[in-house]
Write a protein that binds this ligand. Structure first.
Ligand SMILES: [Zn+2]
Length: 347
C-alpha cells in the first residue's frame, strides 16, 4: 500500500478529525456528547464514518481517514478504554500549560485489555482501496490530559502509554492501515521533556511497525484557549526548532505540521530534511476558505525546504470544530491547490 502513496506526487490528506453529522453529536463543539445510544450509536458512528470518507473522496483527497467519527475526543476516547484510569475521580489540571480542564485520574497500572480502534479501522479498510491514515494520541499528549495519582512520574506514565500505543498500532497495521499518526501537540510546549524522553517514547510506540508512521505537531484546534495562546507567541514561532533535530534523527517517517497562516518560519523545515512532511496548507482556526492559489503558495514555499517526493499537502490540524460546509470547502481548496503545484512540477 505504501507504494500506492508514493506513486502520486503531492498526495493530500487531513490531520485527522472532520465535523460530525448533526444527528450524531452537537456540531462545532469539542467533547460533544453523543446524541444516539446503544445500537443506534454503533450504527450511527459507522454511517458517519462512511460520510466522512465520502466527503474526502468527493474532494479528491488521496490518503483518507475515518474523520475521527467514532471518538468524542482525540485523547480521551483512547484513554477511556484503558485500565488504571478512573473517570469518576476527576482533578483540574492545566492542559499544555494553557487552559484548565477537569480530567480523569490514573489510579493504578495502566493497560489495554482489548483493541480500541481496530474494528473501526477494519471497517474503514473495507470501504476503500485508497491509502488510509489512522491517528492515535501520542504518549506525551496523553499524560498531559490526565492527573497521575499512581506513577507520579510523567516519564514513567508516558513510557507505559507508549507500550500500550504500540500494541494498538500493531493491530491497526494488521487491519490494513497504511500510515499511523501520533498526535503530539505537547511537543510544541514541553521542550526539555521532548528531548529527554518524549521522542524516545514515540519511538517505543512505533517499535516493530512496517507501515509508515507520522507525528502531528500543531498549535491546536481553533478554540479560544489556543488562539489566545498564539497571540502571545510573537512574530516568529520557532517552537518546532526544539524538537526537529532529534525528530530528524528518529525512526518516524513523516512529520505533520501547521504552516498556513501561522508564524512558523518555513526555513525550519530544513531541520527535518530527509523526512516526509505533511505541510498544513489549510487554517482550521478560521471559517474563511482558502483559495486554491493560497494553498499552492504555501506548498511552493515549503518546496524550498522539502524534497518534491516528500511533500504531503495537509491541513494544519483537525477540522472537528468547524461546520461541515466549511470543512468540505477547505478539503476542496486543499485538493485544487495541490493540483496546481502538481501540474507545475510535472511541467
Ligand atoms: Zn493538531
Amino acid at each position: 500500500m505504501v507504494t500506492l502513496i508514493m506513486k502520486k506526487l503531492l498526495p493530500t490528506s487531513t490531520a485527522g478529525s472532520l465535523p460530525k453529522p448533526l444527528w450524531l453529536a452537537e456540531p462545532e463543539t469539542l467533547w460533544s456528547p453523543w446524541k444516539l445510544k446503544n445500537n443506534e450509536l454503533i450504527e450511527g458512528k459507522k454511517d458517519a464514518l462512511r460520510i466522512a470518507l465520502h466527503s474526502q473522496q468527493l474532494a479528491g483527497i488521496d490518503i483518507v481517514s475515518d474523520g475521527e467519527q467514532t471518538r468524542q475526543h482525540f485523547v480521551t476516547t483512547f484513554i477511556e478504554h484503558l485500565n488504571g484510569v478512573d473517570f469518576e475521580k476527576r482533578k483540574t489540571v492545566k492542559i499544555r500549560d494553557r487552559y484548565d480542564a477537569s480530567v480523569p485520574s490514573v489510579v493504578g497500572p495502566v493497560s489495554r485489555q482489548k483493541p480500541v480502534f481496530v474494528e473501526d479501522a477494519k471497517f474503514l479498510r473495507s470501504q476503500t482501496n485508497q491509502p488510509i491514515k489512522w491517528a492515535l494520541p501520542g504518549p506525551m499528549t496523553m499524560i498531559d490530559t490526565l492527573y497521575d495519582d499512581h506513577y507520579k512520574s510523567r516519564e514513567k506514565l508516558a513510557w507505559e502509554f507508549a507500550k500500550i500505543l504500540n500494541q494498538e498500532a500493531k493491530e491497526l497495521e494488521a487491519a490494513g492501515v497504511d500510515i499511523i499518526q501520533f498526535d503530539e501537540p505537547a511537543f510544541n510546549v514541553f521542550f526539555d521533556e521532548v528531548n529527554d524522553w518524549g521522542i524516545a517514547c514515540l519511538e517505543r510506540a512505533i517499535e516493530g511497525l512496517k507501515c509508515e508512521t507520522a507525528v502531528h505537531i500543531c498549535y491546536g484546534y481553533g478554540i479560544k484557549a489556543n488562539t489566545d495562546w498564539k497571540k502571545t507567541l510573537g512574530n516568529e514561532w520557532r517552537q518546532y526548532e526544539e524538537a526537529f533535530p532529534k525528530l530528524q534523527q528518529s525512526n518516524i517517517d513523516i512529520i505533520s505540521l501547521e504552516c498556513h497562516n501561522s508564524h512558523v518560519p518555513m526555513d525550519l523545515l530544513e531541520l527535518v530534511r530527509g523526512k516526509k512532511v505533511m505541510v498544513g496548507a489549510i487554517d482550521v482556526a478560521t471559517n474563511e476558505i482558502e483559495t486554491p492559489e493560497e494553498v499552492a503558495a504555501t506548498l511552493r514555499k515549503a518546496l524550498q525546504f522539502v524534497d518534491t517526493d516528500k511533500l504531503y499537502p495537509c491541513t494544519n490540524c483537525g477540522m472537528a470544530p468547524l461546520s461541515r460546509e466549511v470543512a468540505n470547502a477547505k478539503l476542496n481548496a486543499l485538493s485544487k491547490g495541490a493540483e496546481i503545484v502538481r501540474k507545475e512540477l510535472l511541467g
